[in-house]
Write a protein that binds this ligand. Structure first.
Ligand code: GLN
Length: 280
């Protein structure tokens, strides 16, 4: 069997299970097995694939048939400008979350020395992308999950950001350290009852704790806003990712905690995704 045939066979199996990105997924997993990029696969489609590689490839395809996300199978996900190491202890970075980075860069275009905090770092894709762009920013990050802090540390090291990042294992209620110019968070915001309606890829593999926003989807957002109002400097900004249907409720929560709403921004799918506010 050659590379092209093995990919075609796998892709048909995935298609039969209604996996939308069947061909792309097969190519990515073949790249992983052969440790070559996708261009190599195309240029060498007639190359014979050795037994061991074929077996490893089919193992990965079998996991994908059980809906395990490709990013967990490869252990990496591209976000913003970098490849982040990930595992099943952290949420897979979503493209729509890049909006949060864009907004931080826009609002802090002319500011270089700020001290900012991320509540719930996960893989670190948000805080590390910002630190990479803004060479004088100092970041602090917290997460309840020791495992996700491990992943974040690996990524920080790979990106050479150890010296400007401090991580804390803490839940939000118990964190009292520092005063910040900017606080960012992509908290869990899925309604409890909606969790089971998410794709099998998500619901069976991604960490529930990173998704579950309680019965109305807002319980973590409430905590983040309340705590931020204590940890933020006057005139400091709070930038949050929210669900497409949470704009009005989150505005109310922010206003109750003395935040002025600067803007709600839509993502590339035209859904409300990011809310920017200032402590007054
Ligand atoms: N955007 C994610 C999803 O829909 C949810 C992320 C979150 O809860 N913060 O799967």
């Amino acid at each position: 069997m050659n590379i092209e045939e093995a990919i075609k066979e796998a892709s048909q199996l995935l298609e039969r299970k209604k996996i939308k990105s069947a061909l792309l997924d097969s190519e990515i997993l073949m790249s992983k097995v052969l440790k070559r990029d996708r261009k190599f696969l195309i240029m060498n489609s007639g190359h014979k694939i050795v037994d061991k590689d074929y077996k490893n490839f089919r193992k990965l395809i079998n996991s994908r048939l059980k809906r395990k996300p490709v990013a967990y199978l490869t252990g990496v996900k591209s976000f913003w400008k970098y490849d982040f190491k990930i595992n099943e202890k952290v949420l897979i970075p979503r493209p729509e979350t890049e909006l949060l980075i864009e907004k931080v860069l826009e609002y802090y275009k002319n500011k270089e020395n700020i001290n900012f905090l991320e509540i719930g770092v996960g893989s670190g894709c948000i805080i590390l992308s910002i630190l990479k762009e803004k060479k004088s920013f100092l970041g602090k990050g917290l997460d309840v999950s020791k495992d996700s802090l491990k992943v974040c540390k690996v990524n920080a090291k790979r990106l050479g950001l150890n010296s400007r990042l401090k991580l804390f294992k803490s839940d939000i209620d118990n964190f009292i350290l520092g005063k910040y110019d900017l606080i960012i968070s992509n908290p869990p915001y899925i309604k409890n009852l909606d969790l089971k309606n998410l794709d099998d890829d998500i619901v069976n593999y991604e960490p529930k704790k990173a998704l579950d926003g309680g019965f109305d989807g807002l319980s973590e957002i409430r905590k983040v806003v309340k705590k931020s109002s204590e940890l933020i400097k006057n005139r400091g900004k709070l930038i949050l990712e929210i669900a497409h249907d949470q704009k009005n409720e989150v505005k109310k929560i922010l206003e109750k905690n003395n935040f002025y709403i600067n803007k709600v921004v839509k993502d590339f799918a035209k859904k409300d995704r990011c809310i920017i506010s200032t402590k007054i």
